[in-house]
Ligand binder design. Sequence first.
Ligand code: URA
Length: 461
Amino acid sequence: MTEQFDAVDIIRAKRDQEPLTDAQIDWLVDAYTRGVVADEQMSAMTMAILLNGMSRAEISRWTHAMIESGERMSFAGLSRPTADKHSTGGVGDKITLPLAPLVAAFDVAVPQLSGRGLGHTGGTLDKLESIPGWRASLSNDEMMAQLDSVGAVVCAAGAGLAPADRKLYALRDVTGTVEAIPLIASSIMSKKIAEGTGALVLDVKVGSGAFMKTLESARELARTMVDLGTDAGVRTVALVTDMSVPLGRTAGNAVEVRESLEVLAGGGPADVVDLTVALAVEMLAAADRPASEADVRAALADGRAMDKWRAMIAAQGGDVDAPLPVAKESETVVAPESGVLVSLDAYAVGVAVHRLGAGRVRKEDAVQAAAGIEIHVKPGEPVAAGQPLFTLHTDTPERFARAREALEGGWAVEPEGVGGGVLGGTLAGAASALSTVDVGAGALVGAALAADESVVLDRIV
Ligand code: URA
């Protein structure tokens, strides 16, 4: 077959900051999916995109080409409206687990295609697979049937959905090009648009534990994705949320399922509950089934969300009453002195959890269901000398040393009344840009976040 373009010409054009045509983009994405454009050529291209960026028209066409590389699903036959949520990835981010059944409790269908752990960030499917019997792979028909009967499904994206992204993502992961905003935006949005959801709420994470380290870059990513969704006819809203500190008090696989069950039983840590409720309110509004924050909280307190959870897990073979796996070995890290925990870095915790066995080094690796960390003290809370700060769990105790190493420098205890307050990690630099956070003299942004317990930093529509 004669090819329409030469890949090298397109790479040179992006290298030299010349605009790409629709035809060039369509051909490049298609030819890469077909194996005509080689990995080394696409590596050069993605690096040129990372360095030189893409115009809005180029990002839009690139996303379109990725969608066209595979099938498109449609939920038009369902009796309920659909709403999906996507997080750009974080540490302790178990929000999908309580959120999907919570939204389904309001008669909105939630088709949540989720991923596995990536780098230091956890994966929803890995967490759910710690439930005995639960199955992540569903056929399109099974997914549709479950959406009809239960109203919520969390499963792996089928191989037919945006195959160009699957190939490109694996390449970016090993070529230092994950962080390019046009590539992240087109990767996420091609899958969400191809999936066919009517409404989409994006949780764009910012901070040390996220891919976006600054508020400015998180806002740019959020704006790019909202525009892509809106242009494709998907009602799209983004919340920019804090990921400088882990979400909740657990990070790992089964430990996060356990914490999610606390939320579904009407309890759980305030930051997890608040973010779950904020995202649910946005999803319901975007699906034209508005509910107040109080209504949504009530569905957690009175068991409606838990009932949906049980139905959702059971429909995918999960034994909802079986005990969750417990690690063979545990160790604690204790406070060296009395005082206040003044910092807890999400990235350090994410790396430690990964090293305990909750994540993969190679994509074919198995993860340990019981590996993870329990966080007993969060920033701003007092601690006594010798009191446990963290409990580390793994089945393979030789992993403890490297996990402890990852945590070193990732937290600090200071005697009460010393220093300028709680440290906010990388978000501190963005303090002046935050409208919702009052940054007083001597107090950095993390202190203010801890004080008003708000993890939502911005909302972009
Ligand atoms: N999640 C995705 O699906 N793609 C990215 O590029 C980053 C996060």
